[in-house]
Design a protein around this ligand. Structure first.
Ligand code: SF4
Length: 452
């Protein structure tokens, strides 16, 4: 009679980067013959992958640990909050082990100690990696099967004053380009149609490795954003760049977008547009150059969609500086924009800055900012009415197929709602040409474009 598989419960909290960590750990558990179970009752041990980015995420993570302790009692904690073990031990002294983000080896050691893997001659045939933290196997996907996050580096060399990621995750550590390309290749072989490149700072990719050259498919590639994009462009699926820092060499990848080798999409957080506020944020302050660069990108690739995020109500932000930000929106005509009212994060150096903006003023500025951008986004989407757009179907919902065009990232941007999607027999993960017939400030509406 076959032996029962040791069973692990898994709770995954946090951002897409934490999700990638969860996928890696789940992959390794599966490779070693553990069964992943969906309830505390059925689990022999529970792993909680936590987030510690803002205070509400810390509270949510501590609650999740508490629930796992109460329901199961054998709990291993990993992820961002693991960087503050004393805080976890104070609330939940009984947890079995604590490790930080990306520390797959420690998680696996803790799981082995609590629940030794079962010897299985069939599973033992699965090739083992020499370094567990260096996995490049196809992951067990928590995201829908047809898109996958591809994490190219960890940590960040910048020190933006509102952010504590460098103190939690350390300086930039890039994965060698051949390893990333092999992982991407396997994901595509496993059915992935869209790769979402993520990191804390995608444009800095490889600087820590001095842009080391590696070989993939018989060709040399530098560990550098442009070469990585060229390699990914060989895979014949959609590749989308996230978290690109506004360095000049971002210009290098825009021609690849114009050639169709990379999606014409840049997620590039600008954060503000007043040079003084940007200096206080410890970010590049040459706003004229940013606008000039955006103009150049659009010359090279006229259809490029630019997504950005901004912080309003940063300490010391005056009415005039906020107006500068609104003027920037008018000039830059960005496609998609997210914004946050500044909120102090424990440990961030910006908390020591003078002249905090009152909460009511922050909220009022946030509302004005979003209203201004909504008009811009709506006009940008309206301009697509009457065109035919290549879309990737995410889900079927009644009569509708919910899809995304090349200009929409999953979770953060809008959708293309295909009115006759069910009737047309569409399925998630399928590409389809859609005739765009309507728009609002978030979404596009259309029908499958049938050839005559
Ligand atoms: S670039 Fe991003 S991750 Fe790095 S310090 Fe700035 S906000 Fe934080």
């Amino acid at each position: 009679m076959p032996l029962a598989h040791p069973k692990v419960g898994f709770v995954s909290l946090g951002c897409p980067k934490a999700l990638v960590d969860s996928e890696r750990i789940l992959t390794q558990l599966k490779v070693e013959g553990y069964e992943i179970v969906p309830s505390y009752d059925a689990a022999d041990v529970v792993v909680v992958n936590t987030c510690g980015f803002i205070d509400s995420a810390v509270a949510e993570s501590l609650d999740a640990i508490g629930e796992a302790m109460a329901e199961n009692g054998k709990v291993i904690v990993t992820g961002c909050l693991g960087k503050r073990p004393e805080q976890i031990r104070e609330a939940h002294p009984g947890v079995l082990a604590i490790s930080g983000p990306q520390d797959y080896a420690s998680v696996m050691r803790a799981v082995h100690a609590a629940l030794p893997p079962r010897h299985d001659p069939f599973l033992d045939l699965v090739p083992r990696r020499s370094n567990e933290a260096d996995t490049d196997a196809v992951g067990v996907k928590l995201t829908p099967k047809h898109y996958a996050y591809l994490k190219i580096s960890e940590g960040c060399n910048h020190r933006c004053s509102f952010c504590i990621i460098p103190s939690m995750r350390g300086d930039l550590v890039s994965r060698p380009v051949d390893q990333v390309l092999r992982e991407a290749e396997k994901l595509v072989m496993g059915g992935v149609k869209e790769l979402l490149v993520i990191s804390q700072d995608t444009s800095a990719y490889g600087v820590d490795l001095k842009y080391a050259e590696r070989e993939w498919r018989g060709r040399a590639y530098a560990t550098r954003m442009k070469a990585l994009c060229e390699g990914l462009g060989e895979l014949g699926v959609w590749t989308r760049l996230h978290y690109v820092y506004p360095y000049p060499h971002v210009d290098d990848v825009v021609p690849l977008m114009a050639e169709g080798r990379l999606l014409p999409y840049l997620d590039i957080p600008f954060q503000h547009a007043s040079p003084r506020i940007l200096r206080l944020m410890k970010r590049p302050g040459a706003v004229d150059k940013v606008l000039e660069r955006i103009r150049r990108w659009r010359e090279i690739c006229p259809e490029i969609a630019i997504r950005s995020t901004f912080i309003v109500g940063f300490p010391g932000e005056t009415d005039a500086e906020f107006e500068e930000l609104l003027d920037f929106l008018d000039e830059a005509q960005l496609d998609r924009v997210g914004a946050f009212a500044y909120s102090p994060v424990e440990g961030a150096s910006a908390n020591a800055l003078p002249d905090p903006v009152p909460e009511a003023v922050k909220q009022e500025r946030l509302a004005r900012f979003m209203e201004r951008q909504a008009e811009i986004s709506a006009a940008k989407l309206e301009a697509k009415v009457g065109t035919v757009q290549r879309c990737l179907v995410d889900a079927i919902d009644g009569e509708l197929a919910l899809a995304r065009s090349r200009f929409d990232a999953p979770e953060i941007d809008g959708l293309v709602q295909i009115q006759n999607g069910f009737e047309a027999g569409l399925r998630p993960g399928e590409f389809v040409d859609v005739e765009i017939m309507g728009s609002d400030e978030h979404d596009l509406y259309g029908e499958v474009a049938f050839d005559d």
